[in-house]
Design a protein around this ligand. Structure first.
Ligand code: MRU
Length: 420
């Protein structure tokens, strides 16, 4: 199994994802600043992978402070936790993992354990987090593969694969599970400008596993959908808000709008650790902006006039109303997401929010235009092939969350919900 993270003899080794696919080199992290740099500089990336990496960062913090008295040890851990949490802002798995490890340490110290023993407990907790991430991904794969018909052509964006997790992957976990079940799958990978996670990482890891992959530039996705060459979209997530809005790699929102326009299901695959119950909506998710140099240069070579102003917005938010379903290790959540997510997290039932126009901020006219009702454009869904029609996202699905094993792939002749 491909995994980008190893922890042996007190050293954290990370597969340097900046160098893939040309070189498979590993970077050793021995201190918390090493780990912070590796996360910030994207040696390791992908929400679950940076969470597990940060957990090992906490192990390194504890190892370095183990010789100190309990109070000083606790203070040092809290300070290092802040450094780790600050490495990148959008993926909630980072904060989730660090706080979990801090909780383990706090409880052990409260029980009177010596710092050396607490450090050992943190190692066990980080190792367990690694294993649980892989297990969660396998379960996501099993739930998600029920949504994937044989011979599906699956569009994915960025890399939500083994490289983005402790192993197996979320979106690509669904692909792997479908392939393991004997389905013939082709993955269509958006190259994912500007960091090229699709071309450098998704293509690399699928190729390594012998799973057919076709690489396209981000701007080709719409044309392929219009030709009927995409059956479904599966992407990962960096943070899912309480209402089901999804922050993911920049470009995901555009893919979701295109998928809705063409009546193609848009699935999001993520572990429960990516759902942030404290963040009410996508508007509350912090969105990272990175160095614009990544946009004006490609592999160190200028691809824009010198001095031109540029932006590198690293993530976008796809409103819940454009998401067909969220696949987690607990099953498949469908709209209304505030209710289905609540059930998955074991939270109290909230009044279901309507999945409506307001969430999309589109008026009737815009919705009609999006649905192709007022233009002369080509009818997108006439290929008659194995296309899956997207079920209405506004309909509560009684099977969601509460009975994950009963989900079925949407019927091939379901009417697309093109009006949100
Ligand atoms: O900037 P990155 O490469 O860390 O962004 C990664 C993504 O957007 C992934 O889709 C997301 O983290 C899910 S990974 C299972």
């Amino acid at each position: 199994m491909i995994s980008p993270i190893r922890f042996e003899d007190g050293v954290l080794s990370l597969l340097d994802q900046r160098r893939l696919p040309l070189e498979e080199t590993w970077i050793s992290c021995r201190t918390v600043p090493d780990v912070v740099d590796a996360i910030r500089d994207m040696v390791v990336r992908g929400a679950p992978a940076i969470g597990v990496t940060a957990a090992y960062g906490m192990v390194l913090a504890a190892g370095a402070a183990a010789g100190q008295p309990a109070d000083a040890f606790r203070e040092r851990l809290e300070a290092d936790a802040q450094l780790l949490e600050g490495a990148r802002p959008t993926a909630v798995n980072l904060t989730w993992a660090v706080r979990r490890l801090l909780g383990v340490a706090g409880r052990a110290l409260d029980d009177g354990l010596a710092p050396g023993e607490v450090a050992r407990r943190l190692t066990d907790a980080a190792n367990a987090m690694f294993e649980q991430d892989v297990e969660a991904n396998r379960r996501i794969g099993r739930h998600g593969s029920l949504l994937v018909p044989d011979r599906a052509r699956i569009l994915t964006h960025c890399n939500a694969g083994a490289l983005a997790t402790a192993g197996y992957g979320t979106a690509l976990g669904i692909v792997r599970a479908a392939v393991e079940e004997g389905k013939e799958i082709t993955v269509v990978a958006d190259e994912t400008r500007p960091f090229l996670q699709g071309s450098r990482l998704t293509a690399w890891e699928l190729d390594k596993d012998g799973i057919p992959v076709e690489l396209i530039t981000d701007s080709m996705a719409g044309a392929l959908m219009a030709r009927g060459e995409i059956d479904l979209v599966v992407v990962g997530a960096d943070r899912i808000a309480r209402n089901g809005d999804v922050a993911n790699k920049i470009g995901t929102y555009s893919v979701a709008v295109l998928a809705r326009r063409h009546g193609i299901p848009m699935y999001v695959a993520a572990p429960l650790s990516t759902i942030d119950a404290e963040t009410p909506t996508g508007d509350d998710i912090p969105i990272e902006e990175r160095d614009p140099q990544d946009v004006v240069e490609l592999d160190g070579k200028a691809v824009a006039p010198e001095g031109v102003r540029a932006r590198h917005i690293a993530f976008d938010v796809t409103p819940a109303s454009l998401v067909t379903a969220i696949v987690t290790e607990e099953g498949v959540a469908r709209a209304p997401f505030s209710a289905s997510i609540g059930r998955m997290l074991g939270l109290e039932e909230e009044e279901p929010e309507p999945v409506d126009e307001a969430a999309d901020e589109l008026d009737e006219e815009e919705l009609a235009a999006l649905a192709g009702e007022d233009d002369e454009g080509p009818e997108p869904d006439t290929d008659g092939g194995a296309r899956i029609r997207e079920p209405a996202t506004g309909e509560p699905d009684a099977r969601a969350a509460s009975a994950p094993d009963e989900q079925v792939a949407p019927a091939a002749d379901d009417e697309a919900d093109r009006t949100g």
